[in-house]
Design a protein around this ligand. Structure first.
Ligand SMILES: [Zn+2]
Length: 615
């Protein structure tokens, strides 16, 4: 997934596969291993109730049979984010055939249940936070005209029985429609999930929704739009048309669709997106859509492309669902970066709106960002991938983007493959080969990508991977751009705002760690902060002699600084207390320009033409 840069920090992604078979392959846990003493999996029927006479909470019941009399339930922690909805559980009760059982909380997201006769009914309410303000599109909410429920925010699961299938019945207001990637079961309000993975992967959007439908390859695609009460009108005909064009292009690339039914869940007043196996949840702010579709399409194409790359073609580290810490993956430069690469390319191929007029202009923007954020040039994509979903501060005194590194690497690999195959093959063929090899749940590693590129290209990319995937080298762009008769120049200019006024160097951040200490983050050791001897992980004690405890305090103190100001910041470092007087200055950013070489050969010009056309 991706969250717009200006609106927060990072990106979510998602993973998973529809069929049970796949999950078995992924997790290497057979359902036989999870059976109880009777040789059967437990049976779970969920009922989720939204009562429109009380919209402060919704209720979940789990009717469980065939479990040991002592078992545990937990809430899944998503691979890419942790909204900690266990904080919003209320009125948790267990009922048994002989009366009430017992519930003991063992950890934040883990409870032990004692029941009788191998049966129990668990009942709890979720009181989601009030997020009427701008919010992440994947966050559960409950409003008078609709809700986003289900997923890891709503459903507990029985620990150790993740292969258990379940039925989900929705008791919701009569007039509310339902849009979800869960499989429809016996009626329009009852659904089926073949595993806990599937259950928690597919959220449920419900409410007074605007809906559309189209089919491609006889596969139904549903679009559902949840409007805020003050929603602005926008061109819904174009919206549907554009989504359809993106689906067609992705289908053309892969030669088919990987699902049997697909749902676009569009949520007004929210940002970002999250991909699932058979659906995608997307921020679709009506005010922005009324002005144009460029940003939305970029986000939509990205999340939709994840249906293949990341959901089905999964990093090897990703396993089954858990309530514990999820493993970090070294392959996100591929899962995210190549997805961004294709989000752009698919839109261009379809002739839909994009931010940069052509691929050269787009590459100039990407390269300018790459050099401006020095960490991109100094830390390997493998390490940056690990940090993408890891704790803040993993990249030390640098910041870097796995999306950006990956998109640039995708462009360079595309040029290499085109050059070595006389334009007969491209990154498209690598993508198709990755889907063939890894699309059914066998996780991939970076070595697998290297081997697939090598086989597709018929050339060695060993040095390329050694330097630019596993190694901490800055990409030598001109070496690859010249294959297309192109050359780049980097210049350094003052970083300025929209009105050309120099920006103060505020390249610094802060976060609260598990012990609620406020820690400092440096994004570049050459920033005014880095040069003052401050480091990522320093504990912030005070700013201008005033104690600072929260992120809000920190950003309030930093955000008002101007060039020429001096700020005193006191931190605790391993060596002791340090008080630094930081003089705020401007800073430089990179500006990349790409030119066409006048001396380009016929072969180079031909490659350039194909690459620019994206075919
Ligand atoms: Zn993503």
């Amino acid at each position: 997934m991706i969250i717009p840069v200006l609106r927060i920090k990072r990106t979510l992604v998602c993973m998973k596969f529809p069929v049970i078979l796949l999950l078995v392959l992924v997790t290497k846990i057979s359902s036989a291993q999870q059976k109880n003493n009777n040789g059967k999996l437990p049976v779970i029927n969920y009922t989720l109730t939204i009562n429109d006479s009380d919209l402060t909470s919704y209720k979940v019941e789990m009717h469980i049979a065939g479990v040991p009399d002592t078992f545990s339930v937990a809430m899944v922690k998503h691979f890419e984010y942790d909204d900690k909805y266990w904080r919003f559980i209320k009125d948790f009760n267990v009922y048994t055939n002989t009366g009430n059982g017992t519930i003991t909380r063992k950890d934040s997201a883990l409870w032990e249940i004692i029941t009788t006769a191998h049966e129990a009914v668990l009942s709890y309410r979720i009181q989601p936070p009030d997020i009427r303000e701008w919010h992440g599109s994947w966050k559960a909410f409950l409003a008078s005209n609709g809700a986003l429920v289900g997923g890891p925010q709503s459903f507990m699961y029985i620990v150790g029985y993740t292969q258990t299938a379940s039925q989900i019945k929705l008791n919701i207001p009569e007039a509310w429609a339902i849009a979800t990637g869960l499989h429809t079961a016996k009626d329009a309000r009852t659904f089926y999930a073949s595993s806990v993975y599937e259950l928690t992967d597919e959220p449920i959007l419900t409410g007074i929704l605007k809906t559309w439908q189209f089919s491609i390859d006889n596969v139904p695609h549903h679009i559902a739009y949840y409007p805020l009460p003050d929603t602005k009108s926008f061109d819904t005909f174009l919206l549907v048309e554009y989504i359809q064009e993106v689906v067609k292009q992705a289908r053309l690339l892969f030669g088919g669709l990987p699902y049997k039914d697909y749902t676009f869940q569009l949520i007004d007043g929210s940002y970002g997106g999250l991909e699932h196996s058979n659906s995608v949840t997307l921020g679709a702010n009506s005010t922005e859509l009324a002005e144009g579709f460029t940003d939305f399409l970029s986000e939509m194409a990205h999340e939709y492309f994840h249906s293949w790359n990341l959901v089905r073609i999964r990093p090897a580290e990703y396993g089954d669902v858990t309530y514990k810490e999820n493993p970090l993956a070294k392959e996100l430069w591929w899962s995210e970066g190549i997805t961004v690469f294709y989000a752009d390319l698919v839109l261009r191929r379809a002739g839909l709106p994009v931010a940069d007029a052509n691929r050269i202009g787009h590459l100039e923007q990407l390269m300018s960002s790459y050099f401006s954020e020095t960490g991109n040039t100094k830390i390997s994509p493998e390490k940056v991938s690990l940090a993408a979903n890891g704790a803040p501060g993993m990249l030390g005194d640098y910041n870097a983007s796995t999306h950006l590194q990956g998109e640039l690497i995708g462009n360079m690999l595309d040029l290499i493959i085109r050059n070595n195959t006389n334009n007969k093959r491209s990154l498209d063929d690598v993508m198709r080969n990755m889907m063939k090899q890894f699309g059914k749940g066998k996780g991939f590693t970076n070595k697998d990508v290297e081997q697939t590129v090598t086989a597709t290209c018929g050339c060695s990319v060993q040095d390329f991977f050694q330097q630019y995937i596993y190694g901490n080298y800055s990409i030598d762009f001109n070496k690859y751009l010249q294959l297309a008769g192109l050359h780049s120049n980097v210049s350094w200019i003052d970083a300025t705002d929209d009105e050309n006024r120099p920006l103060p160097d505020l390249r610094i951040y802060a976060w609260l760690d598990a012990q609620h200490k406020l820690l400092l983050g440096i994004t570049n050791p050459q920033s005014v902060w880095g040069k003052a001897g401050l480091h990522t992980g320093d504990e912030i004690i005070s700013i201008s002699n005033i104690p600072v405890i929260t992120q809000k305090d920190f950003f309030a103190a930093i955000g008002k600084l101007k060039i020429g100001d001096t700020i005193s910041i006191e931190v605790k470092q391993p060596a002791g207390i340090r008080k630094a007087d930081v003089v705020i200055d401007g800073y430089k950013k990179a500006k990349v320009q790409i030119e066409e070489l006048t001396s380009a050969t016929e072969q180079q010009r031909k490659l350039r033409w194909h690459w620019l056309a994206g075919n």
